[in-house]
Design a protein around this ligand. Sequence first.
Ligand SMILES: Cc1ncc(COP(=O)(O)O)c(C=O)c1O
Length: 412
Amino acid sequence: MTQPAMREEAVITLPSDQEASGRTFGREEIDELIKVIESGTLTCTKGTACTRLEKRFGELLGAKYVIACASGSAAVHCAVAAIDPEPGDEIVTTPITDMGALAPIVYQGAIPVFADVDPYTGNVSAETIAACLSPRTKAIIVTHLFGNPCEMGPIIDLAASRGIPVLEDCAQAYLAREGGKLVGMHGDVGCFSLQQGKHITTGEGGLCVTNDPEIARRIRLFVNKAWGYGDPNPDHYFLALNYRLTELQGAVGLGQIEKLQAGVDQRRRMADRLTSQLQGLAGIETPRHAADAEHVYWRYCLWVDENEVPGGSPALGAGLKQQGIGAAPRYIQKPAFQCQVFAEQRTFGTSRFPFTLARPEALDYTPARFPGVFKCLHDILVLPWNERFTEEHVDFIAAAVRNQHARLRGSR
Ligand SMILES: Cc1ncc(COP(=O)(O)O)c(C=O)c1O
């Protein structure tokens, strides 16, 4: 038998969160689903699965009120609707996030004002938010990107000093902590996504958490066409949609929620292993987080310095892809403000509403205002990650990164 001239690296197929290999579905979800099907009640307005899911999530987070809804986007929409902005009010947020966290602001007639981010975490900070505040600021939305908490203390202090509510987008950050406190519980509302690729999933779905009874009531109404269920003289109190989760999703969520802590622990353990194996590679930064923050690794990101690693993140990503690792340079192709919805104000017909009401400074998307955003997107390389990753998978990724790093540096 002829030997190949060079030994091929053994290729391992990594578990994927898009199907069973990277997910944790099992008997628990099936048993809850059977109960729901046998009950014949699939709507959460009459069944008990969604209510039980809300109760359980509240216990886990220590939140007084939990409201399940149709998606993470719906959760953010509920949170924005709960603080009820006037048309043209401003909401400070990040341009590195999912569009589902931004579109709700515009649907409620408010103006997203984009803050710069820390180039090495992709997160907004009190400093970058402060630069965007104006007398029209109605709220701040922070996104705990990739599962890495924003530094909340200074953000909460800043918001409190101006009497502005803080909404936390925790879609990627289940059970992450900062300053000893779970994310979602620092601000006025926490928003979570149950979409296929998150820490736990019901396919699609969302959860809002809050300790404020007034906010909780408005969110509950917003999920239910603002119909006052249970009130003596119910009415449709304001403009709202049907954002309900179904009992089938609630059933899956009940199974999933009991697996959340173990999944988070595994993600963190494996991330620590990868971090220790990638130390000392010139031009490669492993994830940074504050000393008192617990990163829960929705994704594991590297930051690649192209001065040290020729071709930077795209070249390293392409090399890893050849070794079977679906690494994504940039995370998103461009900052949100360069997408047509914002750059060309494509909203309702040709009206450009609500941008017609905005202060010009609120719409200043000059790249020089966002050095952290552009550096972050330029350098970042997002690795796939989920709770089914084992030591074998991590060691395979570490070897591939080292291998590609040496190859690229050898080409200098
Ligand atoms: C940070 C962030 N916010 C909001 C969303 C929107 O969630 P969904 O897709 O469930 O609508 C997502 C992801 O999907 C997200 O990653």
